[in-house]
Design a protein around this ligand. Structure first.
Ligand SMILES: C[S@@+](CC[C@H](N)C(=O)[O-])C[C@H]1O[C@@H](n2cnc3c(N)ncnc32)[C@H](O)[C@@H]1O
Length: 336
């Protein structure tokens, strides 16, 4: 067989697709956590994970062919550097749990072709509702995994975003859809006179980070539950929306920005933080997958600068321009 032409690249994509299934099985069966620091025989691992030893042995051999776990000389399986990142204590492991544990999310990805025919989000095609409603109503484990993974995944960008924001020394900042509050915590730590409101849906607000709701930040920070499509807290000098608009179609984005426009004072800043989609051509794989991920779960998309500017203008806000950080863009408008 020829292993050098374009045919081989497509075969490689198929190998990686199957590898993704192996990875998912490892995550669902909690293999990485079960192994801990001890090398275990397949028989022991099978007992601890409630699996068939014959099937598990083949699964482990296949995973080891990708460097996930390794077979020791005495015939047991041990961690590799790669498989250690899959433990639930590691940030990558938490993202894997969020992405791979839920049947609902996996089924959505598997229905991409059907969704392309229907022209709507695979998640909605399969489950008949949107992702956030589904996880809060039917899948509390996925909801907890999602919000924790979001908080962890965005943690490393907080410093860059805070630096690029040019924070006011005083006044009020509202983090719209702020999740568990990692960004707001870092904003308030960077500007000791600033007050903050963490705004999100009820289930998420109930699980706000302990640092935000205890001293010393608690005296400068409120948590408010609500629906940004309807209204957001009034009177802020700065409204922050990080990774919010990419979860929504254009009409809902305009509704969220209109909520900000109604709540803001003239001159208040509204800053949207997102991944930038280039105007044309083929995006890099990371951006392309971010965009597909938005489509699969939310029927939404990543956007170009012109598209963000258009959404601000439709909501009656005056677009002022963008600032790049290493991996994200800040799109800024002011209230008229
Ligand atoms: C992708 S997460 C981003 C979280 C956070 N801004 C960050 O950067 O880590 C989107 C957030 O929007 C929240 N959200 C979803 N629907 C909402 C609504 N109708 N009103 C307010 N927040 C909402 C979700 O609960 C979630 O915390």
């Amino acid at each position: 067989m020829n292993h050098e032409g374009p045919d081989d690249s497509v075969s490689q994509m198929l190998v990686h697709l199957r590898a993704a299934h192996l990875l998912r099985a490892a995550v669902v069966l909690d293999l990485a956590d079960t192994l801990e620091d001890e090398a275990l025989s397949v028989a022991d691992l099978a007992v601890r994970t409630g699996t068939d030893p014959g099937v598990l042995g083949r699964l482990l051999a296949a995973l080891a062919s990708f460097g996930v776990f390794t077979l020791t000389e005495d015939g047991r399986y041990a961690h590799t550097a790669l498989s250690r990142t899959m433990c639930s204590t590691h940030p990558v492991g938490r993202i894997l749990a969020q992405d791979l544990k839920s049947d609902a999310t996996w089924q959505a990805w598997s229905n991409l072709a059907a969704a392309a025919k229907e022209g709507r989000s695979p998640f909605a095609v399969v489950h008949g509702t949107d992702f956030y409603s589904y996880i809060s109503e039917h899948d509390p484990e996925q909801a907890a995994n999602f919000h924790q993974a979001m908080n962890n995944a965005t943690e490393e960008d907080n410093g860059d975003v805070v630096a690029a924001l040019g924070l006011p020394a005083t006044g009020l900042v509202v983090d719209v859809g702020g999740g568990r509050g990692g960004l707001l915590r870092d904003v308030l730590r960077a500007a000791p006179e600033l007050r903050g409101v963490l705004f999100d849906v009820e289930g998420v607000i109930a699980d706000a980070l302990p640092e935000l709701v205890s001293d010393p930040l608690a005296s400068r920070c409120e948590t408010v539950a609500g629906d940004a499509l309807a209204a957001v807290p009034e009177g802020a000098d700065l409204y922050l929306l990080r990774f919010i608009l990419h979860n929504w179609g254009d009409e809902d984005c305009v509704r969220i920005l209109e909520s900000c426009a109604r709540a803001a004072k003239p001159g208040s800043r509204i800053v949207v933080v997102e991944v930038l989609l280039e105007k044309s051509g083929t995006p890099d794989a990371y951006t392309a997958m971010a965009d597909m991920g938005m489509f699969v779960l939310f029927g939404s998309q990543e956007r170009t600068e012109a598209e963000y500017a258009g959404l601000f203008e439709r909501a009656g806000l005056e677009y002022r321009g963008s600032t790049a950080t290493e991996s994200l863009h800040l799109f800024e408008a002011v209230a008229r």
